[in-house]
Design a protein around this ligand. Sequence first.
Ligand code: SF4
Length: 235
Amino acid sequence: MPTFDESFSSIEQTLGERFGRPESIAEGSFDSFATAIAVILGQSIDAKKVAKGLEALAEAGLLEPQPLTEADPAEIVDAFKAFGVSLPARVLGPVRRMAAWVVSRQASAHALDPLRDESISTGALREELRGLAGIGPATADEILLLAGQRGVYPVDRATYRILVRHGWLDPTAEYEEARSVMERPGHDDPETLHRLSDGFARVGREFCKPSVAKCGRCPLQPFLPEGGALEPDAF
Ligand code: SF4
């Protein structure tokens, strides 16, 4: 069975041919802060609502760290409502904490754009983001990749399932082990990892579902081990 390293370039090419460019909202003309907010919103609401939410915040003058930090929670919720989006309570906290973190970083390190400030290491940023309640490892890494344009791979459940079913990752592996599988030397530029992350997410949604692996029509079918997809007890 080919290793993940041996298959990496072919997988990248296959996903690119099947899905084209990433459809992520973060590809648009948003700055790093707006992109980070979009990533957090995207954990709980669909892409169309994320776009509406960003529009709502911009219209209310809240798509900036300082105003968003100072805004009353009800004001933020109402801004979303005015654009027909109900903001889940579990997202409101992380959104406000993200804004407060940027404000505090700007004040303490004079870093206008801390996520893209090359004087701050990716590891240091990862630790700080993970320290914000409501922002887990995958969300922190997605913020680093999409908003910070750093070469990190956010390991979502779809990536985990695909790696395990293909025998490229042990089912008992922790998050960091899965991340190290995806961040291969020579293939760790943000653009490549963004394309790969988007492609794996789409495979996970359309074919490699938690309950069933629809391998027959999946673009990653040629990369299966002999005997087909491996199925651990549960995902
Ligand atoms: S070929 Fe099967 S196991 Fe592999 S990603 Fe597609 S659905 Fe999942």
